[in-house]
Ligand binder design. Structure first.
Ligand code: NAP
Ligand code: MG
Length: 501
């Protein structure tokens, strides 16, 4: 079945979203009865009242998670069992992909097409891939003499708190939940306050897949309360966070002031898209340039909005990328024809519009877009020419549909300007000469460099940031599972055969 505008609206009308916390295998209101509203950014309408978990709810969830962990029902189960449950969850996500996609679309303003792709293909793949990895990860035997046998084994690290952003609600949940569950950990998830609904539905599916009670807990709520309570809880072993650099810093402080839990951080970016002088400016390059900035309405940590273009081709590039930007359809997220949905909140829309106004005031040339439409929080994709490295639109993360063209003279200048940022999440390089592309890829201080195409990689490849874009922790790939595992050495002192019984 393929979604149409009518069928998507039909599904949306019939949804009965669950706005309760999921703790120890049960859905329940917050202990003090507190709630918050989640809103449809395409209309401004309230979708549901959702439980606002406080410190007492977080504590209940940690107790349930610890109990499950200590019981060994998941943490010490044979890995084949974890695999089977996770494969069932992957199947359930695939089966329910349209309902989940519509639910996430109305909660976030993301297009239903993107939600369907992310959930039906990627989220399900994450549970499948890490489920498969559960029984294919081997320990090591260290080189020793014959008088010893040294085993290096991996063990689940314990109770893990996952704190999520709103831009890819279910995908970010899967990026972290799948490796943490495959590792055998018990998990608490805090979705962003703007987008709690799809993760709560996922909890129901996880239960249906047979995940034991307490292994997964979902705690909707606000950052300052629910997020902080997770950050400060003395019995959480690891926090993995995706969000802004500012809040990432808070989690380091919370850890320092509580139990020194391990904190893995994936944070903001200001990623460059570099077009060297030998790259051919063709339809393919223009498509990648436009998508790198405008995909998900630019609400993407690895959005390549700083487009560093060889000065001699900057005008031609500007002309073509402007035409492409104008072809994006902005509007009803539930219409599969729509390319860009709504900004996640009115506050965020105002913030992005503020950057567009500042860009123009600072002297960048607005070639197209930048207008808002309502009801709902929409912005037409904006293209700026003549951006300079010191402008605020070139330095600060905008997180909206804004593409800035910054003319550069030669590869070394491109490299210098690309590196002149506190962030280091992603970069794209277009070059025909592969030696120059490799030189750039080696020199760029960021977690992912994408050559001759915009890509964030996939489940198999680690994703994370250098500098203020992240800690050493990586999501995705086998590296993600390492975040949730302890390493233990078991050293046997062995008797030589002559004295052996
Ligand atoms: P955010 O404000 O940092 O929020 C992220 C999460 O932290 C939310 O669940 C939020 O809760 C919580 N939080 C907020 N204040 C907190 C506090 N004082 N204590 C504890 N937790 C707190 O970021 P966002 O606005 O959701 O997302 C946008 C940011 O995420 C951008 O900077 C983007 O670059 C980054 N991002 C990075 C990646 C990556 O992989 N590197 C991926 C996606 C997004 P509430 O919002 O519910 O209150
Ligand atoms: Mg919402």
């Amino acid at each position: 079945m393929t979604l149409t505008r009518d069928s998507a609206h039909d599904i949306a009308a019939k949804l009965v979203p669950k706005g309760l916390a999921f703790i120890g295998g049960r859905f329940a209101p917050a202990l003090d009865g507190a709630t918050f509203e989640t809103i449809n950014p395409a209309t401004g309408a309230v979708i549901a009242d959702v439980a606002h978990c406080g410190a007492a709810d977080v504590d209940e969830a940690v107790k349930a998670a610890r109990k499950a962990f200590d019981s060994g029902v998941w943490s010490r189960a044979v890995p084949e069992y974890r695999k089977e449950v996770m494969l069932r969850l992957a199947d359930l996500v695939r089966t329910h992909r349209e309902e989940l996609a519509v639910l996430e679309s109305i909660d976030s303003g993301k297009t239903v097409t993107d939600c369907l792709h992310e959930i039906g293909r990627e989220v399900s793949t994450f549970f499948q891939w890490y489920g498969e990895l559960a029984d294919k990860s081997f320990g090591k035997v260290a080189p020793t003499g014959e008088n010893a046998l040294a085993l290096i084994v991996k063990e689940p690290a314990g109770v893990v708190g996952l704190v999520l952003p709103w831009n890819f609600p279910l995908l970010m949940a899967a990026w972290k939940m799948a490796p943490a569950l495959a590792a055998g950990c018990s998990v608490l998830v805090k979705p962003a306050k703007q987008t709690p609904l799809s993760v709560l539905r996922l909890a129901e599916l996880a239960q249906e897949a047979g995940l034991p009670d307490g292994v997964l807990n979902v705690l909707p709520g606000l950052g300052e309360t629910t997020g902080q309570a997770i950050g400060r809880h003395p019995d959480i072993d690891i926090v993995s966070f995706t969000g802004s650099t500012e809040v990432g810093g808070y989690f380091l402080r919370y850890a320092g002031e509580s139990n020194l839990k391990v904190v893995g951080l994936e944070m903001g970016g200001k990623s460059p898209f570099i077009i060297l002088d030998d790259a051919e400016i063709n339809d393919d390059l223009i498509e990648h340039a436009a998508m790198s900035a405008f995909w998900n309405g630019g609400q993407n940590c690895s959005a390549n909005m700083r487009q560093l273009v060889d000065r001699r081709r900057a005008e031609e590039f500007a002309h073509r990328v402007t035409a492409r930007a104008q072809a994006f359809l902005v509007g009803d997220p539930l219409d599969p024809a729509t390319n860009i949905g709504a900004m996640v909140t009115q506050e965020h829309q105002t913030r992005v519009l503020g950057y567009i106004a500042r860009g123009a005031a600072e002297g960048a040339r607005l070639l197209t877009g930048g207008g808002a439409s309502s009801p709902g929080y929409f912005i037409q994709p904006a293209v700026f020419a003549d951006m300079t490295p010191t402008m605020s639109i070139a330095r600060e993360e905008i997180f909206g549909p804004v593409l800035g063209i910054l003319p550069v003279d030669g590869m070394e200048e491109a490299l210098r300007i690309a590196c002149d940022t506190d962030y280091g999440l992603h970069a794209t390089v277009f070059a025909r000469d592969i030696d120059r592309a490799i030189h750039m890829a080696r020199r760029l201080p960021c977690g992912t460099v994408s050559v001759n195409g915009f890509s964030e990689g996939y489940v198999k490849t680690p994703f994370g940031g250098y500098k203020r874009s992240g800690s050493l922790a990586r999501d995705n790939g086998t590296e993600a599972m390492d975040q949730y595992l302890q390493t233990k050495t078991i050293w046997f002192t062995t008797a030589p055969p002559s004295v052996a019984r």
